[in-house]
Design a protein around this ligand. Structure first.
Ligand code: 0X9
Ligand code: ZN
Length: 408
């Protein structure tokens, strides 16, 4: 086993070279109190002068999280003084956080006490198929730029549920590791839980579950750069588009960039990324069976309702909101984790071209939510692996609670 691991490491280093390091990088929290500060922060993000906005500026009063490299610390603090912006350090050393949150103990079997690689996740899916051949089928939802399959499972306990299917999307943003971890946790519970509520919800729907829909990006976060968000298709001297800005519904209508070097680059056109194009084709092929589409991101503890290009409420917003609140309440009961529920623009920021929005806009799928999982910034994208199981438990309860409401 050790020899295999060593070989994998050697191969990874040979293919990708060294890993990107974040020694001394700090994450600041800033809360703009006026419009000038908001627009200055937005310009700073657009200039892309070495800062990385983990949470970009949206409106007055909304927290902004920025990762600052050590050599820019003094410049950054000077800029904050000029802007008269209060700032506090949220994370002292990103590299240390990367190392402590991705510790891998000796790998025995798939579980939820550590984060997994893409291959381990795919093996878990194949393993489920062989353990539950009557109910689980591994399916290919599409293909990535680098030629990887986007694998998922179609779970079905009863042919009669065929047109009562829920699509679960995880990992569209590569660095948000808690997404794929929570999605596999829930999938495992759907198959193995003995809790009657979980059994009832699991067995009264069909499921299309895709834990990691940006496989190139996810592999890259393991092999090369833990903080990678986008796809891996090159655009000039920068790489990747934001796969959650690339879908063909109100594409490039706010919160998206035409600069390939930015984190929110929307791609050269709608569906320029093979991942979004192929997955969209797959979703289209099953759209008549879908009653729900739920995407899992991190972080911020939000339950988001379409759309991301407008704050106008869609036709079943009130239903989604009312039921979302019940989900958030059930979630909080476990560990006190508090979620905010609401329209994307009102709750987080303008973000057009997202997957859920395309599904809702194109097919009118009734149940559509995007989770922004734990936490609110203490660990951010680097959520410790000890939090996978608690996150899984509370998130599963919220989902079960919401689907029970829709069954009523
Ligand atoms: O910016 C995003 O894509 C999401 N936030 S994240 O920090 N995970 O990057 C918000 C998703 C908004 N969703 C849609 N517009 N559908
Ligand atoms: Zn995300």
């Amino acid at each position: 086993m050790k020899a295999i691991l060593a070989t994998c490491l050697v191969l990874a280093v040979a293919v990708f070279g060294e890993k990107v390091r974040y020694d001394g990088f700090q994450v600041y929290e800033l809360i703009p109190v006026n419009e000038q500060q908001v627009s200055a922060l937005k310009s700073m993000e657009e200039l892309n002068g070495g800062y990385s906005f983990w949470i970009g500026a949206s409106t007055v009063g909304k927290a902004v999280h920025v990762m600052v490299p050590p050599h820019l610390k003094l410049n950054f603090e000077d800029s904050m003084k000029l802007l008269n912006l209060n700032h506090s350090i949220y994370m002292e050393n990103v590299q240390e956080k990367i190392e402590s949150s991705s510790v891998r103990t000796h790998y025995k079997s798939f579980g939820w006490t550590q984060y997994h690689t893409l291959e381990e996740i795919y093996d878990f899916l194949r393993d489920l198929e062989s353990r539950f051949p009557d109910n689980v089928k591994v399916v290919k939802g599409g293909e990535s730029y680098e030629g990887r399959d986007i694998l998922g499972v179609h779970v079905s306990f009863n042919k009669a549920n065929e047109n009562n299917a829920i699509f679960i999307e995880g990992g569209i943003h590569a660095r948000e590791w808690i997404g794929p971890a929570t999605v596999t946790y829930m999938l495992n519970e759907f198959m193995t839980s003995t809790d009657s509520r979980v059994r009832n919800i699991a067995e009264s729907h069909d499921w299309y579950i895709f834990p990691s829909v940006n496989p190139d990006g996810y592999v890259y976060t393991h092999a090369r750069d833990r903080m990678w968000r986008k796809t891996r298709q090159p655009y000039g001297f920068c790489v990747g588009a934001d796969p959650n800005r690339n879908w063909g519904f109100h594409w490039m209508e706010g919160g998206a960039s035409n600069n390939p070097c930015l984190e929110t680059f929307a791609g050269s056109k709608a569906f320029s990324e093979p991942e979004t194009k192929s997955l969209a084709d797959y979703i289209e092929s099953i759209n008549k069976k879908l009653v729900g589409y739920i995407a899992f991101h991190s972080y911020s503890q939000l339950l988001l309702i379409p759309y991301g290009h407008t704050s106008q409420h869609l036709e079943n917003y009130d239903e989604l909101y009312r039921i979302g609140l019940k989900g958030a309440k059930a979630l909080e009961k476990h560990y006190g984790t508090k979620y905010t529920v609401g329209n994307i623009v009102e709750t987080i920021y303008i973000a057009s071209g997202g997957s859920m929005d395309w599904v809702k806009g194109e097919f009118g799928t009734r149940i559509t939510y995007t989770y922004e999982l734990r936490d609110t910034g203490r660990h951010g994208f680097l959520l410790p692996a000890e939090q996978i199981i608690p996150t899984g438990e509370e998130t599963l309860d919220s989902l079960v609670t919401m689907l029970e409401e829709y069954q009523k």
